[in-house]
Design a protein. Structure first.
Length: 131
């Protein structure tokens, strides 16, 4: 687990098989940190963040689609792994918040036009109605 799993690293073959590529982790983190084993929920949180990016790149943005994907992904993960990441919402929220804050810094430095995506996530995750 490297904490940087996202939709751009998931490839589906014409036969329907899935492959994951790019296991280097977040490039801005030190190599020693990227080599340390991480909880699987960290990659789950990173993938949940990826759904936000995909949904907000649509015209018009589709946050409802992201919520549907988040629920389906967690359900599929639970079925495959035998543990549902939503059973520890505090841990999932912490890793998702960590990822969103990382994204705020990344977007501010490299793609300011995308800054609203992680900022919306930080607001959502900080709110009392966080699902």
């Amino acid at each position: 687990m490297h904490g940087d799993l996202h939709l751009g690293q998931c490839l589906r073959s014409p036969s329907g098989d899935w492959s994951l590529i790019d296991f280097e982790g977040e490039p801005a983190r030190p190599l020693a940190e990227r080599r340390m084993p991480q909880p699987a929920v960290r990659d789950v949180a990173a993938m949940l963040r990826s759904f936000d990016y995909a949904a907000r790149s649509a015209d018009p943005p589709r946050p409802d689609w992201a919520e549907h994907c988040r629920a389906a992904y967690c359900s599929g993960y639970a079925e495959a792994a035998g543990t549902d990441p939503r059973t520890d919402p505090v841990m999932l929220r912490a890793y998702e918040t960590d990822k969103a804050v990382y994204e705020v810094l990344y977007e501010a430095r490299h793609r300011p036009q995308w800054l609203p995506v992680p900022l919306a996530a930080v607001r959502r995750l900080a709110g009392p109605d966080r699902p």
